[in-house]
Design a protein around this ligand. Structure first.
Ligand code: PGA
Length: 247
């Protein structure tokens, strides 16, 4: 487990983007797992800058997002497809056909979840998966209680997650979708490298994830089972860690 502590969210974005860019440059057809939410925004801004100013090439990059809301129109500004288009895909030379976000409006959601897993398998798996963490320790939308072996599936969002995300929906929890499609913990653990990003307010969740028991009560604690995890922590997110880690 590597833990890199930095000050600001911008510094976190610079460090994370550098790690991603180095790997992308070393491997054509890089398969990049992406996360949404407030935390990775500075990373995507920095990747877009590296594309514009340092020739970072996305032309052969393949992406898979962790999750998407169910039954939110894809053109809704808060759909994760819209998020990815505006924060990253529209700013770089990626082929949109190579970008995958679960389809929360699929007619047969279960069949789509299975298909999503097969798409990941077909390209040889995810090389690096970007992750955020919920206050309750969720990764993607794999909420507490998800099996540590779970696969991509339709999940019910917890009240706490919907409250946390109400800020993206005019502070009205009733506008936050109740369900999502999310990669499972088992799916996430299969990525070759996990890049966990966390900032303000996540110190307790990060301490539980890295130093608490491995338990379905804290999905991110499953990271302790993975051999290649890099955490980039800003704004005090690492303040409650007690062990010494390699940076
Ligand atoms: P945030 O969400 O980046 O908006 O804090 C992270 C998460 O809930 O996984």
């Amino acid at each position: 487990m590597r833990v890199i502590k930095v000050g600001t969210s911008e510094e976190m974005g610079a460090v994370a983007a550098q790690i991603i860019a180095e790997r992308m440059r070393a491997k054509p057809h890089f398969v990049l797992g992406l996360a949404t939410g407030g935390t990775p925004e500075t990373t995507y801004a920095e990747l877009a800058r590296l594309h514009a100013e340092a020739a970072l090439d996305f032309s052969t990059t393949i992406t898979f997002n962790l999750d998407e809301y169910v039954a939110l129109p894809i053109e809704h500004p808060e759909s994760y497809r819209s998020f990815m288009n505006t924060r990253l895909f529209d700013k770089v030379n990626i082929n949109k056909a190579n970008t995958h976000v679960p389809d929360g409006n699929a007619e047969d959601v279960d069949a789509h979840c299975l298909e999503y897993e097969l798409w990941i398998e077909d390209v040889g798996g995810i090389d690096l998966q970007v992750l955020g963490i919920g206050h309750n320790g969720h990764i993607g939308f794999a909420e507490p209680g998800s099996s540590l072996a779970s696969r991509t599936s339709k999940v019910k969002l917890t009240q706490g997650t919907r409250e946390a995300n109400a800020r993206f929906f005019e502070n009205d929890i009733n506008k936050v979708p109740t369900h999502a499609i999310s990669m499972g913990i088992g799916t996430i653990l299969e990525a070759e490298t996990l890049l966990m990003l966390a900032g303000k307010g996540k110190a307790d969740a990060i301490a539980a994830a890295l130093e608490g028991p491995v338990t379905a009560k804290c999905p991110a604690s499953a990271l302790q089972l993975h051999p290649d995890v890099i955490c980039v922590l800003c704004e005090g997110a690492g303040d409650k860690l007690t062990l010494e880690y390699q940076p």
